[in-house]
Design a protein around this ligand. Sequence first.
Ligand code: KG4
Ligand code: ZN
Length: 338
Amino acid sequence: MNSIPTILAIESSCDDTSAAVIRGKIILSNIVANQDIHAIYGGIVPELASRAHQQNIIPVVDAAIKKAKISKKDISAIAYTNGPGLLGSLLVGSSFAKSFALALNIPLISVNHMKGHILSHFIDDDKKSPTFPFLCLTVSGGHTQIVKVDNPNKMSVIGTTLDDAAGEAFDKSAKLLGLSYPGGPLIDKYAKNGNIHAFEFGKPKVKGLDFSFSGLKTSILYKIQNNVQKNPDFIKENFKDLCASIQFSIISILLDKIRMAIKETGINELAIAGGVSANSFLRSEFTKLSTEKGLNLYIPKFEYCTDNAAMIAIAGYYKFLEKDFVKQNETASASLTF
Ligand code: KG4
Ligand code: ZN
């Protein structure tokens, strides 16, 4: 076996089927198949997601291997997402990974999806990586966490959402505005020409470093309902301002807690990760914050923000170095924690 490991990684926790090949810390391929089927339902339908994963997994893995210009015998280990996520979706990726590892007689590595998002900062792509310890705001459709990262294999959650995730707040608000799923990127797009102060929504009162977004969602719902009763064209006439104000409210909640976390921990290395870290307003506000506070800020490339197997591959690489392998009887978990 070559001393630099070549790892095939599989990610199938939600509605993207992805496979990647990494050699050392360098990504050779990262293929992602999205599932458009959910858009018409306004959210992910779990059963449809797992069926689509079953259809996509073989062509996606095949494409990743071909793009990486490797053959199966070059693969040192298989890494896969073991949770958290939708159980039916996780089972497709984990069953495939197990069978493949068994057939090739190579080690199997299970990866926590959220740790994968965080470790995407260590992919060797000419970008500077954070130094330890650092704080990572992990914001996706299912999670909103502030994580203290001591090393690639030691992380602790110091703040988390008590209800909805930030991505959910984006997607549910977008649905109220009549936008399709996932609405986060659409709000981002339409907010660009809107007034962030046009509308004010209720602010959560959660102590410490935890988050809450369900009150904001209700406040947005009532504001829209009340105004639509008076003027049926309210949404159409105020569309861009609504997008900008909603986005401002969600990002302000994240910013407030990050400011607090920096103060409490004294850590000045800050990273963002997860689907919502693709948001342009979040990126510019965090850049302003880092200048104001003299922080080192790490923003992932767009392709590594939303779900992808490259992040599972880099997390798998660190576990490979530790020989942290799992057996065939390892079970996927929808609610896997750190
Ligand atoms: O990390 P991810 O791809 O999947 C999960 O693990 O959940 O995150 C998906 C979430 C969705 O809620 C989506 O609306 C949100 O990330 N998202 C965005 C943007 N791009 C993706 N939210 C706001 N602005 C964006 N540009
Ligand atoms: Zn994710």
